[in-house]
Ligand binder design. Structure first.
Ligand SMILES: Cc1ncc(COP(=O)(O)O)c(C=O)c1O
Length: 399
């Protein structure tokens, strides 16, 4: 059967391919004294807190399982609006919030609403693979702009200005970013948005990790800049609800009807049970639990990154959010006679039983040097992973 050129243009999501290999090797070593430690997984090791679970059960028992409006339960949109006010001090009216099946559906809706065939979107290299594929799936063209550690692996206003071409439609940024955990400084983001607006373009910011920010210099929503900024968010990461498939996007008033039409036709609505459950995310007890978990993520980061640096897995920019470490593995790998982060990831799985994600998914600039660690794992696992990596390096030195 003939596959469309559009589908052919979407590359495999290598994170998933690596996860499959990790699971296979993991099964082989499951009953040894060194079972696989999975630091390749981009999802919290926590699950939804008790009130959220109970709300889901209540919704099922009460039969509250019919379709909701395409834009989501009004009450949930209001709770999210109130969260923007209390956590970020920003007024985001509920009418501009559209509930979606995860950030993934939000990105798809935004791209389908705003990108014409052939339009180019500027994204940083490295960046989350699927984001460029949402652009491609809308028949747009993602343009990856190489970034450096000095730029926190993010675009700057100067770079956006320099990269802007005749077909450029806008920017698709993520702050904090996957795979680097680094954010765009609020002042720089404002300047980027000014450059984009002057050209009549769109500023799309994926803020899925915004709740997991550890540094007051960052951790502010792009929605504070202007009501024309489009923000993508999700219950997956800060709210620990990956598999519940729930997220949202915030769009300017003028875009709401188009997004609503697309949502009606493409999805009908996001999961009703998940929406009822998510209402409980904003109860004081749940928010307190999320804050305790955020503190744990920060503690893991604070311990783990210096350990990686000491091993020679250099993290050039301290992540200020999310739960990733973007480490240059060339020094460590080179000493073991391994070249490139792809081979390094497979060797680490086989030799140290530590699963990692090679840079390949995230772009092409310097990604063969870099490896992504996920710190969304217990402290005990992180400690064991560091011990094994050290043992691997020392063992090969002795050999
Ligand atoms: C930057 C970024 N955007 C979007 C997503 C998709 O998230 P969701 O589970 O909300 O669809 C992810 C998932 O890892 C991500 O890292």
């Amino acid at each position: 059967m003939r596959i469309t050129a559009r589908a052919e243009r979407i590359e495999p999501f290598y994170v998933m391919e690596v996860a499959k290999a990790a699971a296979r090797i993991g099964r082989e070593v499951a009953n040894t004294d060194r079972p696989m430690i999975y630091l390749n997984i981009g999802e919290p090791d926590f699950t939804a807190p008790p009130l959220v679970q109970e709300a889901a059960i209540r919704a099922v028992r009460a039969g509250a399982t019919q379709y909701t409006p395409a834009t989501g339960l009004d009450l949930l949109r209001e709770r999210i609006s109130a969260w923007y006010a209390s956590r970020f001090g920003v007024d985001v009216p509920a009418r501009r919030i559209v509930i979606t099946a995860g950030a993934s559906a939000a990105l798809q809706l935004a791209c389908l609403a705003l990108i014409e065939a052939g339009d180019e979107m500027l994204l940083p290299d490295p960046s989350y693979a699927c984001n460029r594929h949402f652009v491609t799936a809308a028949d747009g063209k993602p343009v990856l702009v190489p970034t450096t550690a000095a730029e926190r692996f993010q675009l700057s206003a100067a770079k956006v200005e320099a990269a802007w071409g005749e077909r450029t439609r806008g920017v698709l940024l993520a702050s904090p970013s996957n795979p680097t955990g680094t954010s765009i400084a609020p002042g720089e983001l404002r300047r980027i948005h000014e450059v984009v607006s002057r050209r009549g373009g769109i500023t799309l910011v994926d803020e899925i990790y915004l709740g997991l920010s550890y540094d007051d210099n960052f951790g502010r929503t792009a929605l504070a800049i202007d009501d024309q900024v489009i923000s993508i968010n999700s219950f997956s990461k800060y709210f620990n609800m990956t598999g519940w498939r729930l997220g949202w996007l915030v769009v300017p008033d003028s875009i709401v009807p188009a997004v609503e039409r697309l949502a009606q036709n493409l999805f009908i609505c996001a999961s009703t049970v998940s929406q009822h459950a998510a209402l409980a995310c904003f109860e004081p007890e749940s928010l307190a639990e999320y804050e305790r978990r955020r503190a744990q993520f920060k503690a893991r980061r604070d311990w783990f990154i210096p350990q990686l640096d000491a091993l020679g897995l250099t993290v050039p920019v301290m992540p200020d959010g999310a739960f990733y470490a973007w480490a240059d593995c060339t020094g460590f790998a080179g000493k073991l006679g391994i070249f490139g982060s792809w081979d390094f990831a497979f060797e680490a799985m086989n030799k140290a039983h530590v699963a990692l994600t090679p840079g390949r998914d995230f772009g092409s600039a310097e990604t063969s040097r870099f490896i992504r660690f996920s710190t969304a794992s217990s402290m005990a696992h992180l400690e064991e992973a560091v011990a094994r990596l050290r043992g691997w390096a020392e063992g090969s030195k002795a050999a």
